[in-house]
Design a protein around this ligand. Structure first.
Ligand code: ADP
Ligand code: MG
Length: 686
């Protein structure tokens, strides 16, 4: 390519082939992508969007998934200079989407990712001083607001996927509403996929609505005649039927989570391997949030080419909810809908938040079906009966704020200077009980004082992008001389389960794990596994040999590095002393998780102390049925389990969290009686 003679700004406006962002000539790829972009439905709506945007401070944009909202609107605003020298932010509920879309838009703009276009997700910032457009998770924008309450560096903020009504997006709504009053130069665009825009219209009173029609071909619906007993097997069967008998076109399957997606991918691959060349090639691709970026990009690769018999290949993607609206995959003609997804739910009375596989809503089911009709008429196979669609599915899912533990949110709002939570303009206010629980939790954790004011410790907790219980472990670690251990632990607890247990290799996997297992508790087991990884120079090979997921371990290492930076910045010393380390680790854990303690009632039968819930030890735990234990997670499947469990001495509870163990509010149980005896003993000692 010839070098350009002039790079003067005057020239770049005249010369259309010069990229104004880089002063370089546009590549051929840019031209090709530009052609594709101009075919997107959003393109025709841009003039109208322009008018509305210029006349209003808030615009609501509703468009079918795939119409080009996420990729095109931020670029348009940027190209027009509407951010007036400030940044454009576009929020995404999911990390995967933030990364993937930023990458795509960088390509479309012919710039390097991390330069003019970047992204920011928890524990990873890919943006710099040149960044003009930033895709970030809604949670990250909320974090930025904590240090910059008027979000001053942004000229335009786009709240994308607003229909998802995630916890952070909902808080951002309330926050931005206040900021818009203070900053008349700020503009907000609310973008949403489905039809629930009335809620937003009611909330932002004067905002106009622009609807972008998508390319929508009819989608034929099929239901099962009877309820499916095994939806995973039904999935495999349906994929194989489509693959063998239907015309060309890719398949998108909606399942609930990583494990079942991976195992179903395996089953489909096994089945497909039995076919001869009389059917085309089938590439089976998983998609879920914790998948590394390079693997996620696979969903955008074209389907396998024709085989030796001239039969075209087919792509089959097995995805979680991500593919419902967050990521658009072209070429999908067949959708298989399990009717299920993992949903967060919170019971304030029991104080437990858990992810539950639950039936989706009718709105979700429609959205999923719609993914089949983008390129041409499609088919959607619902693995449930028509009767259950009509009678059992709810119309739409309740917003996350009504299904969550709000301790973290309340802490953030306090940092944001919102003193009176009752007056905060929630789009859907959470129940008073949930709010009370959150305040109470923060008080027990000593993040708030008796007057409900933020304490210094609370301020420190809010600095970490973690739940307050986990931040507490890091903050208190110097007291117990277990800083390195807590860093290992928190990094592991914020990552997916690292222990692999592949089918047909269970024994070898268990044997590998046993090297890390500590009889005092699973927390120490996790710490050991991480330490092993670190001692071996963070080798992926070592992970595979030890049945640890190398990706998870690498991710944990990155998180740990970030946490170390944060600790240093906050002047929290990282002190470790091997003397009495097991006890110190568990005492430190209790400092944050004293509300998650159980007492053994019978053999494998435990009871949570205050809420009086019966739970069982999860089969994956390595502790030998201790009388008292602290646990990390409550898992609700067919049974109520606690996962990641460590044995404790009940005396530590009274010593470390006397504020919580005021037994007058506890139900009468054996556990309470024992604790009372310890307290009385202490009192007489005095
Ligand atoms: P919307 O936000 O309205 O759902 P998007 O802007 O995300 O739509 O996507 C518009 C189109 O851009 C998609 O249909 C797809 O063709 C293309 N696209 C988006 N992201 C990618 C990507 N990462 N790789 C390839 N193509 C993409
Ligand atoms: Mg989008």
């Amino acid at each position: 390519m010839k070098r350009l003679r002039s790079r003067s700004p005057a020239r770049k406006t005249i010369n259309q082939s010069i990229n104004p962002f880089t002063n370089k000539q546009y590549s051929n790829k840019y031209r090709k992508l530009r052609e594709e972009r101009e075919k997107l439905p959003i393109f025709d709506a841009l003039p109208q969007f322009d008018k509305m945007f210029n006349k209003n401070q808030v615009v609501i944009l509703q468009g079918e998934t795939g119409s080009g909202k996420t990729t095109q609107i931020p670029q348009y605003i940027l190209e027009k200079g509407y951010a007036k020298g400030k940044l454009v932010a576009c929020t995404q509920p999911r990390r995967v989407a933030a990364m993937s879309v930023a990458k795509r838009v960088a390509e479309e703009m012919d710039v390097e990712l991390g330069q003019q276009v970047g992204y920011s997700i928890r524990f990873e910032e890919c943006a710099g001083p040149n960044t003009l457009l930033k895709y970030l998770t809604d949670g990250m924008l909320l974090r930025e607001a904590m240090t910059d309450p008027t979000l001053d560096k942004y000229g335009v903020i786009i709240l994308d996927e607003a229909h998802e009504r995630t916890l952070s997006t909902d808080i951002l709504f309330g926050l931005l509403k206040e900021v818009l009053q203070k900053r008349k130069d700020l503009k907000v665009v609310v973008m949403s996929a489905t039809l629930d825009t009335e809620k937003f219209l009611g909330y932002f009173k004067n905002a106009p609505l622009l609807t972008v029609p998508g390319r929508l071909y009819p989608v034929e619906l099929f239901y099962t005649e009877f309820p499916e007993e095994d939806y995973l097997w039904a999935t495999v069967r349906t994929v194989m039927q489509i693959h063998a008998f239907e015309e060309p076109g890719d398949i998108l399957v909606f399942l609930t989570g990583e494990e079942e997606i991976e195992s179903t991918c395996d089953s489909i691959r096994k089945e497909a391997a039995r076919y001869k060349d009389n059917v085309g090639k089938l590439s089976v691709i998983p998609l879920y949030s914790s998948l590394p970026p390079a693997m996620q990009q696979k969903i955008f690769e074209p389907a396998p080419e024709v085989n030796s018999n001239g039969i075209p290949g087919r792509k089959c993607i097995l995805s979680t909810n991500i593919a419902e609206t967050s990521l658009t995959i072209d070429g999908i003609v067949f959708v298989i809908d399990s009717g299920l997804s993992k949903q967060k739910c919170y019971n304030p009375r029991m104080r437990v938040e858990s992810l539950l596989v639950s039936p989706i809503s009718r709105a979700s089911a429609k959205q999923r079906a719609g993914r089949a009709g983008r390129t041409r008429p499609g088919k959607c196979y619902r693995l449930y009966t028509e009767k259950s669609y009509k009678r059992e599915l709810v119309e739409s899912t309740a917003p996350e704020i009504l299904r969550s533990n709000l301790a973290n949110v309340v802490l953030q709002l306090k940092i944001l200077g919102i003193e009176n939570l009752v007056d905060f303009d929630f789009i859907d206010p959470p129940s008073p009980e949930t709010m009370m629980r959150a305040l109470e939790t923060l008080h027990y954790l000593r993040a708030l004082d008796d007057e409900g004011e933020l304490t210094e410790e609370g301020r420190l907790m809010s600095e970490f992008p973690l739940d307050p219980e986990l931040s507490k472990l890091l903050i208190i670690s110097p007291k117990y001389s277990c800083g390195e251990e807590m860093l290992n632990l928190v990094a592991m607890l914020t990552s997916p389960n690292p222990f692999l247990r592949p089918r047909d290799h269970e024994d070898a996997a268990d044997k590998a794990k046993s090297k890390f297992v500590n009889k005092d508790g699973d927390h120490i087991t996790l710490i050991n596994a991480y330490q092993g990884f670190e001692n071996e120079g963070r080798q992926p090979y070592w992970c595979s040999k030890n049945f640890l997921n190398p990706r998870t371990m690498r991710g944990a290492a990155e998180i740990r590095d970030q946490l170390v930076v944060k600790m240093n910045k906050l002047d929290i010393p990282i002190i470790s002393n091997k003397h009495n380390i097991s006890e110190n680790i568990r005492k430190c854990i209790i400092s944050g998780f004293f509300m998650q303690v159980v007492h053994k009632e019978k053999a494998n039968f435990y009871m949570t102390l205050k809420e009086k819930q019966h739970v069982a030890l999860h089969p994956s735990t390595g502790v030998m049925r201790p009388d008292w234990a602290v646990y990390h997670e409550y898992v609700l499947t067919s049974k109520k389990y606690i996962r990641i469990v460590s044995s404790i001495n009940p005396e530590w509870l009274i010593e470390i969290a006397p504020q919580y163990f005021d037994l007058s509010h506890f139900p009468d149980t054996n556990g309470k009686k024992l604790l009372q005896e310890i307290i009385d003993g202490k009192n007489t000692q005095k």
